[in-house]
Each structure stands twice: as structure tokens, then as C-alpha cells.
Design a protein around this ligand. Sequence first.
Ligand code: FAD
Length: 391
Amino acid sequence: MSGIVIIGSGQAGVDCAFGLRQQGYAGPITLLGDDPELPYQRPPLSKDVLKSRGAAGWLPLRGEALYAKQDIALRRGVRVQEIRRADRQVLLEDGSALPYDHLVLATGARNRLPPLPGLAEAAPLALRNAADTRRLIAALPDTGRLAIIGGGFIGLETAAALHGSDTRVTLFEAAPRLMARSVSAELSDWFRRFHAARGTDIRLNARIEAVRPGQLLLAGGEAQAFDALLLAAGVMPNVELAAAAGLTIGNGIRTDASHATSDPAIFAIGDCAEAPNPFAPAPVRLESVACASEQARRVAAILTDKAPPPQGPPWFWSHQGSARLQIAGLAQPGDATDIEGDLEDVSDDATLILRRLRDGRLCAVETVNQARTHMQARKTLAAEGAPEAAG
Ligand SMILES: Cc1cc2nc3c(=O)[nH]c(=O)nc-3n(C[C@H](O)[C@H](O)[C@H](O)COP(=O)(O)OP(=O)(O)OC[C@H]3O[C@@H](n4cnc5c(N)ncnc54)[C@H](O)[C@@H]3O)c2cc1C
């Protein structure tokens, strides 16, 4: 028996390995990850770890001893080079081969590099893994002016972690609003004012034409000087291994509802996978801890011949200073927004509930500092079922 090989030691890979043992799988499990660290949680990197300059919040996904206890062969700092489907083997960087009965791809995503002249040469800082975070923290003492490219969760969490510090943050977002893929226009604007009130200079509709050493050149001739540059302009899924092996790729490694790829012996989960979701009109690739964990649990059940737990409504969180944003469900552009709370209040005590409605039916709930409402919304959405499924 060759057992199960998992590529990627992030949230999805680790949860799948432990989930398999929990479901009673007794065969060999090998977890391969190119990150040399003991697998860790990513969310704190842009929040407590950054805010405390590395002193707090560095959290392993599981204690080191548990891998041995659960007989999970964790191999750190090992990169998989190739999948040989015909032989059911993966080839490692060092040339060795590892056989599998089933393979789980949990290869995650990496920072997207926008095609801006001079950007690659400027070697911008990133915030995707532990090494990135250490580099960013090390750069901060010399960083009077930090320019951030990207007004999504990571860029804004970074800005929030630096509120009140000596670092002056200017954030450039190409879209007309912040977190445009994730939240309603009303909440985007609330967060813009929330960050501006705490000293972050936010530039929407930003047109960066080129990057020069220490400078962003903007359309219209303006130059913005920086001491450090952080790239937070979204991610792209790590699909190359799967693509080279001939698996079907969409906006991620494409799977069916059971998370199997176009090869039934190979599954894909987490940030790298595009899967049907009862709460989305079309297959979707979600970037969240909740999705990675849910898909990992489902594959662990499927690989041990059990019925997978049902897919619940997707949910997300982003802590930006005192603003605890939580989102339950998936909204689409054009969904109506029903607001409870005072949008003018951007104080630390502000609370907001924004219900997103499609044809009068609840499809998502965005909350700020309303954890109980968020939990209730997840229950309601799960009980009512997906608007897509309602037909
Ligand atoms: C800074 C930060 C903050 C975040 N905050 C939140 C948050 O607040 N809430 C939330 O829900 N989500 C958050 N996320 C997103 C969340 O962390 C991800 O959605 C989740 O970690 C995805 O897990 P994953 O296992 O699919 O992928 P990843 O965590 O990316 O893990 C994939 C791993 O596979 C490795 N790999 C890739 N190719 C190979 C190969 N060929 N061989 C070996 N290894 C390989 C990668 O290097 C990586 O270590 C955050 C992400 C970041 C980066």
C-alpha cells in the first residue's frame, strides 16, 4: 500500500492529514511542503504577528509532536517537481520518487505580480508566508513611508497593524473601492473612512504606471516616494504541477463536488482548487481558512468511504485594527444591501450589519464587531439553503 500523499503543508494539507486519521485511515500519510517551518496559521501574520513585530501570535497549526503521534510523515522544505500519473508517483526536487494510491493537491496560492514596469526589479515585500513576514518586520524600522499596492484584506490588515506607528502608510488601489471582490460598496466606503481616520492615506482608482527605486510613478506625472513597498494585489493559485500533469485547470485546479480532479485518484482542496459550491452559481475558488478546512474534512471522509459533511455557507473574516469584519455567504454584484447601524460611525466601538439580498432572499451578511449576528447568519443561511439551489 502506497498510501496518501498530500502536496502542500498549509491549512488544507494539514487538516486533510489529521482528518484522515480522525476518520480512521490506517495507511501511510505523507505531507510534503516546500515551507521549512512547522506548518502555521497564516491569518495572524498580517494581524497580531505584524502588530507585535513578531513577538506575538505566531501559531502552529498543530503541535510538532502530534505529527509523529498520528503517524503523519511531515516532510518540510521539500518541493514536488512533477506528478507522474501513469506510475502514481510524485517526483521530488532531489530526484527521488514517492508512490501514492491517492494524491491530494493542497498547493495554495502565491502573490500575483501585476505587469508593472520596474515592479519585479524593485523586489517588493510580500505577506504570504513566514519568511515574507520576517522580511517585512525587519524592514519596518527603516521604513518611514510604506507604500502598499492593493486594497484587499492583506493590504488593509497591514495598514491597520501599523496604525499609530511611526510608519506612514499610503495604499494604492486600482479599483474605485476597497475589497471590491468581497464586500458591498457601502462597507468598502466605511472601511475607507475607518482607515483614513487612523492616518492611512488611501488612493482609489490609482494608476501606477511604473516602479522606480524608491518611487511609484503615477498616471498624470505624480511620483510617490517610499522607503518600502508591499505588494498585496491578490494571489494566483499554484496550478502548475497539476497543469503539467494534464489535469483540468480553470481558475484553479478544477474539481467535481467531491473535490476529485479530472484524475479520480487525485483531489484538490483549498486556495488552489476551483470547485462547485451550492452557494455559488458556478464553480468557485475561495481563499479562506474555513473553505480550506471544510474541503479537507470532506476529502478525508471521501477517502475513507464515508459520506462527506455537507458544504455550509462560505464564511470569511478580516480583523483590521478594532474593526472585526466577518462575512457569511457569497454575494454577487447587483445584490441589494440592507443596512443596520450607523455608517457615519467609524469609531473603535462601531457596529454594523449589512444584509445582502438577491430577489428578496438573504444570500450574505457582512458584519463589523457583531460576532453573534455573524454566527446566527451562518446558521440561517445553512438552514435556508443556497439561493442558487432554490431555483
Ligand atoms: C497574511 C494572510 C492573512 C490571512 N488572513 C486570513 C483571515 O483572516 N481569514 C481567512 O479566512 N483567511 C485568511 N487568509 C487566507 C488563508 O490563510 C488561506 O485561504 C489558507 O491558508 C489556504 O490554505 P491552503 O492550505 O489552501 O494554502 P496555503 O496556506 O497557501 O498552503 C499551500 C502550501 O503548499 C506549498 N506548495 C505549493 N506548491 C508546492 C510544491 N510543488 N511542493 C511542495 N509544497 C508546495 C506552498 O508553499 C504552501 O506552503 C490569510 C492569508 C494570508 C497569507
